[in-house]
Design a protein around this ligand. Structure first.
Ligand SMILES: [Zn+2]
Length: 241
């Protein structure tokens, strides 16, 4: 492929399942030299995701950039962030939403994807990328749990970025209409390196198995009749300690 401006893709890579599947898709289409991965640190209580993203990017041999947006989130009381006393709930998202009655869940980080995408847009243009991939999916937007993962949000941000970049850059949210189980099915087809991925909200040596994202992740693999390779991978790492 000839490399000209706009021929490359930037992928927001958190180190979880969805963004890793996004990276797998982008590398499949653009090749590893045509992809830049961007990981954003935002003051999470642990760095497991960042470590996972380094392994995933290393697996594909793509350029890997990181960005620290912690100062912007210092006023947030999201349960995911340092400084918050809120406990991460040990029930599924659907159970949490019954309690919040349509408001975002306690692990929502205020306008996180809006900030991530705006920052990514600036970097993408500097790296001659014509598209930003990110891994939002339908389960996250369901019931307004994470409103910045919705189709409406994606459409509006895509329009803003397209116009604001002089029609040079657009968003690609390949899983916006998919469930997490469908995302995993796609990643398994592409042989995405799921063993490295980290989804758990807690920062233990192994995934806790009790938080909402651990519950969702286990269900997604189960629906595909597949074992989650990360369980064995992190258990082995923990036993070496
Ligand atoms: Zn967990």
């Amino acid at each position: 492929m000839t490399e000209k401006s706009g021929d490359r893709a930037l992928v927001l890579l958190s180190g979880g399942l969805d963004s890793t599947t996004c990276l797998a898709l982008a590398v499949d289409k653009y090749g590893s030299s045509g992809v830049t991965a961007l990981s954003v640190y935002y003051g999470q209580k642990h760095k497991k995701e960042v470590e996972a993203s380094e392994k995933v990017a290393g697996h594909y041999g793509v350029e890997h950039l990181s960005l620290d947006l912690t100062p912007i989130f210092q006023y947030s009381d999201s349960a995911l962030l340092q400084g918050s006393d809120r406990k991460i709930p040990e029930i599924s998202y659907s159970e949490q939403l019954k309690a919040t009655k349509g408001s975002p869940v306690s692990t929502y980080v205020p306008f996180r994807n809006g900030l991530f995408l705006s920052s990514a847009a600036s970097i993408a243009l500097s790296r001659h990328c014509g598209v930003i991939y990110y891994g939002i999916h339908a389960d996250d937007a369901a019931g307004n749990a994470y409103p910045d993962c919705s189709e409406g949000f994606n459409k509006a941000m895509n329009e803003a970025i397209y116009i604001g970049s002089g029609n040079a850059l657009r968003l690609e949210a390949p899983f916006v209409k998919m469930t997490k189980a469908q995302v995993v099915a796609r990643g398994l087809e592409l042989d995405a390196p799921y063993k490295y991925t980290w989804s758990c909200y807690e920062g233990g040596d192994e995934p806790c198995g009790r938080c909402a994202t651990c519950i969702d992740r286990a269900k997604a693999f189960e629906l595909n009749g597949a074992a989650d390779p990360a369980i064995e991978y992190y258990r082995a790492l923990a036993s070496e300690k």
